[in-house]
Design a protein around this ligand. Structure first.
Ligand code: HAM
Length: 421
């Protein structure tokens, strides 16, 4: 029996990968326009990093992490998200000293042991942004506008929902009001009953419809914000209006990670069933300090690449597979050898070129060139070679014309490039 991939782990094969490349190229282009620098961080980290940042009583830490003891007896975790590793790298490499405001992005796989379904995998990919060193509300607006631009340039539609989770100054007042409400509510699920005692805010993230129905009556965090948080949120809203980024306020959005303060946001769609969030993020002003770094504020977001790819496919906006500039059809030994050296010379000259080594008949090779979506085909047989003549065929309009064979391969490749590019 052949060995299969793990449940929730997916190959991205040719035909699909072009859509992924489109997503990544679009995002990279936008990240650079916003003056972000790329950072690459390891996939494996000490477990403690995630427990301390995401929070001990979150779903991710309680149920979803790929954690194991390595050969040295250390507890390691495959990163379930990118914020904690990027912040660790920021602190460890002294990036705060290099630049007052660091704007970073990273792209790569994350791992969560969730129940796989459409748009939800165990290995998934995020494109994430972390901006460290500024608590200005315009930064919040800027990064939401950046996420919005990615959606727009990909030609997708989504809605932006925003909220404020307050700060350590005002959150306790809200927690108290929420706790009072939760003690009066009945029929809470077991998870909510437990979380009511450990981390009341988390209950608002419950997926059970019974609980959700009751929470419609829960107090709104926006009514408990201190004046600083209220003003910050107001300026974020004004900023979004200035940049004409449409949004709605959703005061029940609490996010699944504990590190957030003040602004939080999600980009949601109703086109993917249960997995509605295609991107999400928020401010985490105390987190760098909590992880042992300087007291600098931060904000970021991550977009799920599987979900973006699904949306693009659904809307048939996937990128077409790349074609070839030229396919070399060589018939006979001498022609095969010339074709082989010419193909290499063409590649050196910057063209996408290939040929067939199986010595197939002309018809089959032409079929192959068509399948590979070659724009041109160069046909050479031993007989034609003797006459120093090959045939160049334009596959788009089926016109063909003889082409003199040049024995200087690189010269011939340059000549061909001039003709077909
Ligand atoms: P998150 O909400 O856990 O936030 O994930 C962000 C996005 O990753 C989600 O909106 C979704 O598109 C995608 N995603 C999450 N889990 C899965 C999964 N199992 N399968 C497919 N896609 C998934 C974070 O991870 C934060 N680190 C975001 C952030 C950055 N906040 C501040 N900076």
């Amino acid at each position: 029996m052949s060995v299969k991939a793990l449940k929730g782990f997916k190959d991205i094969i040719p035909g699909e990968v072009e859509t992924w490349q489109l997503i990544e190229q679009t995002a990279r282009s936008i990240f650079h326009r916003f003056d972000l620098a790329e950072i690459k961080v390891p996939i494996l980290e000490k477990t403690d990093l995630f427990v301390r940042s995401i929070g001990e009583t979150t779903d991710i830490v309680e149920k979803e992490m790929y954690t194991f003891i390595d050969r040295n007896g250390s507890s390691l975790t495959m990163r379930p998200e990118g914020t904690a590793p990027v912040l660790r790298a920021y602190i460890e490499n002294g990036l705060h000293a290099a630049k007052a405001v660091q704007k970073l992005y990273t792209i790569g796989p994350m791992f969560r042991h969730e129940r796989p379904q459409k748009g939800r995998l165990r290995q998934f990919h995020q494109m994430s942004v972390e901006v460290l060193g500024s608590d200005h509300p315009r930064i919040d607006t800027e990064i939401m506008a950046m996420a919005w631009l990615i959606i727009k340039e990909l030609g997708l539609t989504a809605s932006l929902e925003i909220n404020s989770l307050g700060c350590p100054g005002c959150r306790p007042d809200f927690n108290k009001a929420l706790l009072d409400f939760l003690h009066q509510a009945d029929n809470l699920c077991d998870d909510c009953l437990r979380r009511r005692e450990t981390n009341p805010l988390r209950v608002l993230d419950c997926k059970s419809t019974g609980c959700r129905e009751q929470y419609k009556e829960a107090p709104s965090i926006l009514d408990y914000l201190c004046s600083g948080c209220r003003e910050h949120f107001q300026q974020v809203e004004e900023g979004l209006d200035l940049l004409a980024v449409p949004y709605t306020v959703n005061s029940f959005m609490v996010r699944g990670l504990d590190y957030y303060t003040r602004t939080t946001f999600e980009l949601v769609t109703d086109a993917l069933g249960a997995q509605s969030a295609i991107g999400a993020g928020g401010r985490y002003d105390g987190l760098v300090k909590q992880l042992g770094g300087p007291d600098v504020p931060g904000i970021g977001f991550a977009m799920g690449m599987e979900r973006l790819a699904l949306l693009l496919e659904q809307q048939q906006k996937g990128a077409p597979a790349a074609g070839l500039d030229i396919f070399i059809v060589a018939l006979g030994n001498a022609a095969q050898q010339k074709g082989f050296t010419l193909t290499h010379a063409l590649r050196k000259a910057g063209l996408t070129a290939t040929m067939d080594y199986q010595d197939r008949a002309l018809k089959n090779q032409m079929k192959q060139a068509g399948k590979a979506r070659a724009r041109y085909v160069l046909i050479m047989g031993d007989e034609e070679l003797n006459k120093k003549e090959a045939m160049l065929r334009n596959m788009e309009n089926s016109e063909q014309a003889p082409l003199a064979v040049n024995d200087d391969m690189q010269g011939w490749a340059a000549e061909l490039a001039g003709k077909i590019i």
